[in-house]
Design a protein around this ligand. Structure first.
Ligand code: SAH
Length: 408
């Protein structure tokens, strides 16, 4: 009897060590264990990120800190500004939260913020941020300002999930970099933190209300880190956003990963960069589309709609003059949407000029052509909007598809 109790205690201790998650209450998206080896893979030897949740949870378990300590730590961090992020101020604040003294010093020697803003380029609709990673490489994030009719302001942060991108879509500047590296979940979360700090420090009205994975990279090619970042974005102790305020945008190269996202984070919005509902033209625009047939992509969307309780995906459709704005393309897109029985809606995005697209002679269609394509869809009962605002940021090369960091 005693030996079986001992065995059970031993097993529990082993489970405790290998599953050191302690920031569980208040989480909307549960963690996956496979993330542990992905965190901080870009970090130099040096402090880890406060936003490396698996590492900080392991630290807490190893150092006898409790969940309330971690919650206190994030309350301090989320309310901090540049001055209160000073080590001595943090020490005082953690002391006031009854953190044991030895642990405070060890915590602040082990963890810090690891990314920094290198440059800010303001534009009409917000600002583009060049962010330096701990390994010295640069990525870009964008703050987009929205003003409601009643004058309320809120911000969307558009984050990068990779350094560069392997997909090489013909119209996209990021693709010209190729894939330089993956971002860790902490590096994704720090982008949001830095932009949120900027809003606070500049005393701008309003708060960050949405996060979109529409910066550099293909989020589903860095699935584990993105999934772990979703846990931080939605966790009530960190950014506390509802999952439906977060959008993961994918070029749709893997039906299996769309299904995985639908299973594991069904309330997170899915955006699919479709750009053509005709397989052959899609392959011209998106080379990686060769690996997936449009019908299989449609099935994956249906699966997502089913898992998300009918809240279907947003289809992003870049309009390029003379390439995918014909009546035949509008008919194919209509058919694709109607098959999904109204669970999808289309965002028409006027092409933003990029050097990548210039090589193919891509041009933005005239406004009349864009409106005609839109009318065509609406007349057939497809829910569609022209996202004229996606042109905002062109003056700072921070509009959709224009993100590229030359010194990555
Ligand atoms: N890899 C992901 C996310 C990054 S791109 C994806 O493809 O969805 C985010 C959005 O910007 C996508 O819809 C993409 O198609 C769009 N985009 C890319 N290049 C663009 C351009 N030149 N003009 C306008 N939108 C562009």
């Amino acid at each position: 009897m005693t030996s079986s109790i001992l065995l059970i205690s031993l097993l529990l201790a082993i489970i405790e060590k290998s599953h050191p998650l302690i920031l569980t209450s208040g989480q909307r998206i549960p963690s996956r264990q496979s993330i542990h080896q992905h965190a901080s893979q870009n970090a130099r030897l040096g402090p880890k990120s406060f936003f490396d949740l698996p590492a900080i949870e392991k630290f807490a378990t190893d150092n006898d800190l409790k969940e309330h300590h971690l919650k206190g730590l994030y309350r301090v961090l989320m309310n901090a500004d540049r001055s209160t992020l000073e080590r001595t101020v943090l020490e005082e604040q953690l002391h006031a939260l009854s953190f044991p003294k030895k642990q405070i010093s060890s915590l602040l020697s082990t963890f810090s913020l690891t990314c920094s803003i290198q440059r800010i380029e303001k534009s009409k609709g917000g600002a583009k941020f060049v962010v330096q990673l701990p390994n010295g490489k640069l990525i870009e994030s964008v703050l987009i300002r929205h003003e409601r009719h009643n004058g309320d302001v809120r911000y969307t942060t558009c984050v990068s999930s990779q350094i560069g991108c392997a997909k090489k879509c013909s119209f996209c500047a990021t693709g010209t970099m190729g894939l330089v590296g993956q971002l860790s979940s902490a590096e994704i979360l720090e982008q949001i933190y830095l932009l949120q700090q900027y809003v606070k420090e500049e005393k701008l009205p309003g708060q960050v209300g949405n996060v979109v994975f529409m910066g550099m990279g293909e989020p589903l090619d860095n699935y584990d880190a993105v999934h772990e970042a979703l846990r931080g974005i939605t966790h009530q102790c960190l950014f506390g956003l509802k999952a439906k305020k977060v959008t993961v945008s994918t070029v749709g190269a893997s039906a299996q990963k769309i299904r995985a996202l639908a299973d594991e984070a069904p309330q997170v919005c899915l955006a699919l960069s479709l750009h053509s509902a005709i397989q052959s033209s899609r392959e011209v625009l998106i080379p990686s589309a060769i690996s997936i047939h449009i019908d299989d992509l449609g099935d994956a969307l249906d699966y997502h709609a089913c898992k998300s309780g009918g809240r279907g995906a947003m289809l992003e459709y870049l309009l390029i003059d003379g390439i995918n704005d014909s009546n035949e393309e509008a008919r194919a897109l209509t058919e694709f949407c109607l098959k999904r029985e109204g669970s999808v809606y289309v965002n028409l995005i006027p092409y933003n000029p990029t050097l990548a697209g210039d090589d193919f002679g891509f041009r933005t269609p005239l406004d009349e052509r864009i409106n005609a394509f839109h009318d065509n869809l609406k007349a057939s009962g497809v829910k569609a909007l022209v996202r004229w605002s996606t042109q905002n940021g062109r003056d700072a090369n921070g509009a959709c598809g224009q993100l590229v960091s030359s010194t990555a």
